[in-house]
Structure formats: structure tokens, C-alpha cells
Design a protein around this ligand. Structure first.
Ligand SMILES: Nc1ncnc2c1ncn2[C@@H]1O[C@H](COP(=O)(O)OP(=O)(O)OP(=O)(O)O)[C@@H](O)[C@H]1O
Ligand SMILES: [Mg+2]
Length: 213
């Protein structure tokens, strides 16, 4: 039976997910129970999933239709769930994901309008059952503020070539999810300093681990 803890990091482009996950990894390395943590990313996290990730982010010759894209994301997730996430949680591990279900709702639901949020939830349920993260860090920042951070980067991947309207929709998607499941989300002010955010995140995780112990 499932004993571990599943934590996801969510938010729009450049909100600081990778920065915070990197710091969390460094912090975990200092813990005695470091082998109890497993870091994964979405899409990806398995060999097949990483290939799907490359297709989704860089395929320029024949880019996927919106529905094909959604199904590729879910194919990666189905593989990751059965092969990696579930076995780790059954062993009692703490699994940390860079994006998960909420990204599908925000990007493929709200921003691309492929299916409604409810339809995406139903699809998710068909594939993964009732499984959702135990704790989701939502790094909240407006698209305008987030994009100021990326001005230094000359090459943007396919997702980032979308317009500001798209990113505003992503933002609205996350707002909807936070309203729908307030208990699952820890909303973090992503405009705060990297160090403050890191402290907030480690405090929340430690509190959660104490509560569940
Ligand atoms: N709290 C912060 N304050 C200022 N700059 C930050 C903060 N957090 C991250 N950054 C900077 O913003 C940029 C984007 O950060 P990062 O790559 O961690 O975002 P991300 O959410 O992983 O983005 P993506 O969705 O593209 O994967 C980086 O240059 C990073 O150094
Ligand atoms: Mg990132």
C-alpha cells in the first residue's frame, strides 16, 4: 500500500521551479534519510518519457496537434506513474516532481483549450485513478514579471514562444486549481528571494513529514 509522500512543484514559465528543486536537492543531500527522496520531472522521468519530452519541446518538422500533445504528455505520465512513482511511494519514499497533473490542466486545459479542466481530470482519473500529489508548491508570479527573468536567454523552447495571452491563461488555470483544492496547494510568493522561498519550502516539507510520522 502507498506509504510515501508525493510532492509536486508547479507554476508558469520561469517561476523558479528548477531553481528551488535544485536547492531542495542540495538540502536533501545533507539529510540522513537522503536516500528516501526521489526527484523526477514531467514530462520525462523514464527513458520513454524523456524521449517524449524531447519530441514535445523541440520537434519542429511536424509539431504535434493539440490532442496528440496532450496524449503524449499523458503517455509519459502513465509510464512514470507505474514504473517509478508508485513503486517508490509503496516503499515509503518521498517523491518530488517538477510539474505533474496541474500543468496539464493549466497548459492543455486552460491555455490550449483542448479539453475542459473537468475533462482533463476525468482522463487523469481513467489513467491514474484517484492519485494526486499530497502537497503541491505553486510558485506564484505574473507572466509579465516571470518573463523579465528570461530576457537574458536568447533561445526559448517551443512553450516559451507562445504569446502573453497563452501565459495569462496558464496563470488563470493555476488560480482555478488553487481555489478548487486549497488544502493540497502551498502558494508561494515566487517574487520573494530565492533563499526565502527555499526556507519556506523546506519548512513546509519538514512540517508535513512530522505530521505524517
Ligand atoms: N526568486 C527568484 N527571484 C529572482 N530570480 C529568480 C528567482 N527564482 C528563479 N529566478 C531566476 O529566474 C530564471 C528562471 O528560473 P527557473 O529556471 O528556476 O524557472 P522554472 O520555473 O524552472 O522555468 P521553466 O518553466 O522554464 O522550467 C532563472 O534565471 C533563475 O535564476
Ligand atoms: Mg524548469
Amino acid at each position: 500500500m502507498r506509504k510515501g509522500l508525493f510532492i509536486s512543484f508547479e507554476g508558469g514559465e520561469a517561476c523558479g521551479k528548477s531553481t528551488q528543486i535544485k536547492l531542495l536537492k542540495e538540502y536533501v543531500e545533507t539529510r540522513k534519510d537522503k536516500d528516501n527522496f526521489l526527484f523526477i520531472r514531467e514530462p520525462g522521468g523514464t527513458k520513454l518519457g524523456e524521449e517524449i519530452r524531447n519530441l514535445l519541446l523541440n520537434y519542429e518538422v511536424d509539431s504535434p496537434t493539440p490532442k496528440a500533445e496532450l496524449l503524449l504528455f499523458l503517455a509519459s505520465r502513465a509510464q512514470l506513474f507505474e514504473k517509478v512513482i508508485l513503486p517508490a511511494l509503496n516503499e515509503g519514499k518521498i517523491v518530488v516532481a517538477d510539474r505533474f497533473y496541474d500543468s496539464t490542466v493549466a497548459y492543455q486545459g486552460f491555455a490550449r483549450n483542448i479539453l475542459s479542466a473537468e475533462e482533463i481530470y476525468n482522463l487523469h482519473k481513467t489513467i491514474l485513478g484517484d492519485f494526486l500529489p499530497d502537497l503541491t508548491f505553486y510558485l506564484k508570479i505574473s507572466p509579465e514579471q516571470a518573463f523579465k527573468r528570461k530576457e537574458v536567454f536568447p533561445s526559448l523552447d517551443r512553450m516559451e514562444k507562445e504569446g502573453t495571452f497563452f501565459h495569462q491563461k496558464v496563470y488563470e488555470g493555476y488560480e482555478y486549481l488553487c481555489r478548487k483544492e486549497p488544502d493540497r496547494f502551498a502558494i508561494i510568493d515566487a517574487t520573494d528571494s530565492i533563499e526565502n522561498i527555499h526556507k519556506e519550502i523546506t519548512n513546509k516539507i519538514n512540517n508535513k513529514l512530522k505530521k505524517d510520522a
